[in-house]
Write a protein that binds this ligand. Structure first.
Ligand code: 13P
Ligand code: SF4
Length: 324
């Protein structure tokens, strides 16, 4: 799909009243609403923070409120519960899953690990808590390259996204990356053909792609970045026009935050990301549901993988800051 997206949020009277009620409930319950960039625009309206997976992990880890209402997909809410066990974490739709994270199980990963004894297991956060617990370190779309580069291991078992694995392998040629055969169906279907068509119509536009896209798409992109990275590059670039290829929800965020720039898109909808509605958020706050519960044993091991990710990312970014 190719379209020009212009941001205009026209809320209905019912939505306005739900937003009022949600704001009141947030205060009453000492709650914070964390929201992924792909969520519906009206959910952005009631969020305390909107961001990509890494930013959301950081926020979840740092917050000291009573209740975290996570507007995203299940693995994201699980990550918040792993990172901040002292808080109650709820997700307004308990069946907001992620097709990519469903492409691997802890048992299947254990079998693969046995075949690659010297390899470090790097796990993209789009995975279950059990899979994270079997991994040495987590990564997100915004730090995967840094994490793999920083590890001492020459062999890396990278799970579960083969597209991100291939992207990382290109940036870190000195390492052997063993990829899992998983992918995001939403990004997998974004085609070069449509992108080239959009580029022919808008030759001055820069192409921004998410690293979950295929290698063919990434090869023609000007920037390959996380969802919040898209916002950053569009803001900092001198270019005035962009073709953004990822999940469709990203476009409302870009257009709302950068109204002076023009965005086109070749996108596809992640219906799991759209399962959370204002009604569901209000009910979630009122009834404190659906709580994300993780067994202490799994949590402890998954947390170690997360802590290693934060340690490496902080160290790498601090060293870049001091050398600049
Ligand atoms: P980001 O971490 O880049 O926001 O990506 C999450 C995701 O699920 C992309 O499909
Ligand atoms: Fe998962 Fe793909 Fe949806 Fe992201 S867009 S949440 S990777 S299914």
């Amino acid at each position: 799909m190719v379209c020009y997206f212009s941001y205009a949020l026209n809320l209905t009277a019912i939505q306005k009243s739900l937003i009022k009620s949600i704001k009141r409930l947030k205060e009453e319950k000492r709650a914070v609403v964390l929201c992924h960039n792909y969520q519906r625009p009206e959910i952005h309206e009631i969020a305390d923070f909107v961001g990509d997976s890494l930013e959301l992990c950081k926020k979840a880890k740092e917050t000291d409120v009573e209740l975290i209402v996570f507007c995203g997909v299940y693995f994201m809410a699980e990550s918040a519960a792993i990172l901040n066990p002292g808080r109650k974490v709820v997700i307004p739709s308990k069946d907001a899953g992620c097709a990519l994270s469903d492409m691997i199980t802890a048992e299947a990963l254990r079998k693969e690990k046995a075949k690659h004894k010297g390899a470090a297991v790097v796990c993209y956060v789009n995975s279950s808590a059990e899979v994270k617990a079997e991994s040495d370190v987590c990564c997100t779309s915004s730090n995967a390259v840094e994490i793999v580069r920083a590890l001492p291991n020459k062999e890396i078992l990278f799970v579960p996204d083969k597209n991100l694995a291939k992207f990382v392998a290109k940036q870190v040629p000195g390492k052997k990356i063993i990829e899992w055969d998983g992918y995001c169906p939403i990004h997998q279907r974004l085609s070069v053909e449509y992108l080239l068509k959009a580029k022919a119509e808008h030759p001055n536009a820069k192409i921004i792609a998410h690293p979950e896209c295929t290698q063919e798409v990434l090869a023609i992109a000007d920037f390959v970045v996380s969802t919040s990275g898209m916002l950053k590059v569009a803001k900092e670039s001198d270019a005035q026009e962009f073709i953004c290829t990822t999940e469709c929800g990203m476009l409302s965020r870009l257009q709302r935050d950068l109204p002076q720039k023009k965005f086109f898109t070749v996108c596809s909808v992640c219906f799991d990301m759209k399962k959370i509605t204002l009604e569901a958020v209000e009910k979630s706050l009122r009834d404190e549901q659906y709580e994300v519960i993780i067994s202490p044993k799994v949590r402890e091991k998954a947390l170690a993988a997360f802590e290693k990710m934060f340690y490496i990312t902080d160290k790498m970014r601090a060293s870049v800051a001091t050398t600049c």
